[in-house]
Design a protein around this ligand. Structure first.
Ligand SMILES: C[S@@+](CC[C@H](N)C(=O)[O-])C[C@H]1O[C@@H](n2cnc3c(N)ncnc32)[C@H](O)[C@@H]1O
Length: 274
């Protein structure tokens, strides 16, 4: 397994995913105790003075976020979490999805994150040590998902693979539709890169074939999708999102495209099925 999220932590795609994740958690918690399952958890906390310096992705992402003075509410919520982890100022530490969720858990809520890479599992355990309701577990998140959601009513599931394996799109789509078949009150959010439209269309066709109910696609395009070798943007595909998701997705993807994108950047937010 070659993928290291530490190179990408705090990039534009993390900002899209994490701002929308925070909104989903806050919104879904209003209904009662919430269970969050993260199939691909990562380390939980990233020190941006490591690998991220070489990639310069955080410099073009979270560093610019923290330097911006006016932020729309959903983006501001993420900036507040980042600021809380850096009490001395600057942006040395950036939270991953496990820590962002763990910090929000209240009595009765729970978080369970799966991670395949043993050294990353150790980092995940360290990041969650202070949060007894949040657990990391070694294992394949796709395989473990059915068991993890079996006793949870209306959970929030994040599927955030590295997309290094050729079958990640297929496994993500099938895992998501299996959750929705078992519990139509669940919400699933799947992160994908956006390189070319053909790959993404194939993924959406696979997903829609599983009849997952309402599917909202939130795209942040940093540039026109002309070079399929590049990550030209990203999406968060939300199955059965709470009311209000469309407007928040527009706010988040619009801010990211406008602030961090090149010429021709734009947000596209649309219902693939409703
Ligand atoms: C994109 S990162 C996750 C980032 C994290 N969700 C966040 O937002 O902070 C993907 C992680 O999935 C792990 N991974 C890869 N395949 C996996 C699998 N089948 N099950 C669980 N984890 C996996 C990788 O080691 C990597 O740490």
């Amino acid at each position: 397994m070659n993928y290291r999220h530490s190179f990408h932590a705090g990039n534009f795609a993390d900002l899209v995913k994490h701002a929308l994740l925070l909104w989903l958690v806050d919104r879904m918690r209003t209904r009662g105790p919430l269970t969050v399952i993260d199939t691909h958890a990562g380390a939980g906390l990233y020190d941006l003075t490591g690998d991220a310096v070489r990639s310069r992705e955080a410099e073009a992402g979270v560093a610019r976020l923290m330097a911006s003075e006016t932020l729309p509410p959903a983006i501001r919520a993420l900036a507040q979490d980042v600021a809380a982890l850096n009490p001395e100022g600057g942006v040395r530490f950036y939270p991953g999805s496990p820590l962002l969720v763990a910090r929000r858990l209240r009595e009765g809520d729970a978080y369970l994150g799966f991670e395949m890479n043993p050294p990353v599992v150790d980092l995940l355990d360290q990041a969650l040590a202070e949060y007894p309701a949040a657990k990391g577990r070694a294992g394949d998140g796709y395989v473990s998902l059915a068991g993890a959601t079996a006793n949870a009513r209306g959970p929030l599931v994040l599927i955030d693979p590295p997309f290094e394996q050729a079958d990640d799109y297929q496994r993500a789509a099938d895992a998501a539709t299996a959750v929705m078949r078992r519990d139509p009150s669940a919400t699933v959010a799947i992160w994908t890169p956006l390189k070319d439209m053909e790959t993404f269309d194939g993924f959406l066709r696979r997903l829609s074939g599983g009849k997952p109910g309402p599917v909202l696609v939130a795209e942040a395009r940093l540039r026109p999708l002309t070079n399929p070798m590049k990550m030209n943007g990203c999406t968060l595909v939300m199955l059965n999102p709470p009311e209000g998701a469309e407007a928040v997705a527009q706010e988040v993807c619009g801010w990211v495209a406008e602030t961090l994108g090149d010429t021709g950047a734009r947000a596209e937010v649309w219902w693939a099925t409703s």
